[in-house]
Design a protein around this ligand. Sequence first.
Ligand SMILES: [Zn+2]
Ligand SMILES: [Zn+2]
Length: 246
Amino acid sequence: MTPVNLKAATKVYCRLFFNHINPSPCTLCGKGESHSLCPDCLRLLARVTGPVCRCGLPHGDDATAVTDLTPPLCGRCIRQPPPFSASQSPLQYTFPVDALITRYKHRADLTVERAITPLLAETPLPWADTDAVCPLPVHWRRQWRRGFDQGTRLANLMGQYWQRPVLPVLVRQRPTPSQQGLTRRQRQRNLRKAFRCQRSVTGLRLILIDDVMTTGSSARAAAQCLIDHGAAEVRVWTLARTLDPR
Ligand SMILES: [Zn+2]
Ligand SMILES: [Zn+2]
């Protein structure tokens, strides 16, 4: 059970309340009273389109078909296949999505979540045989500082839209230092044994949910933990995907 930081949580919800009674103009076009992003600008956000690799990267020139039957994989997925079987993200992690997500999680600005709600609500369930969704958690100390956990909030929203139960079974065992600016190898070292699964998920087909997939190292570690605890299949859904993880 994650302890509640009343001070941080109060700050998050007070900010949301004051923005509600005193809305700010759209971050992008500066027009209207929009709570961070107006519906017109929401439609302009860069989407991830076309077929993607198992890691969620759109197929570029380096996509190689392993067999005629399997979808082509990127170079990294061939060298080091991820434990999850597919991933999907509606948005590209480029401007202004990167700025919005930074505002969402580092400045605890829930107006961003409210602005993207129409986009989330119209996102169809990507895999119909899914049994439940599972948030990719932050360490409780980070959640304590922020007053909320964006992975859990997104999982609760998507579980509601997709009509699937939310299983918060994963726990981050130790505070992984910020992954920003680290190489892939450093990220992997950071994440070894980072997660613990609180109960068996035997036979379940799960969607792991997070805000952003960058190199996919966290998703790999979390998916492996779920599979070690019996999950039949793990797929990953993130709000945004970094297209150039270098
Ligand atoms: Zn706008
Ligand atoms: Zn790949």
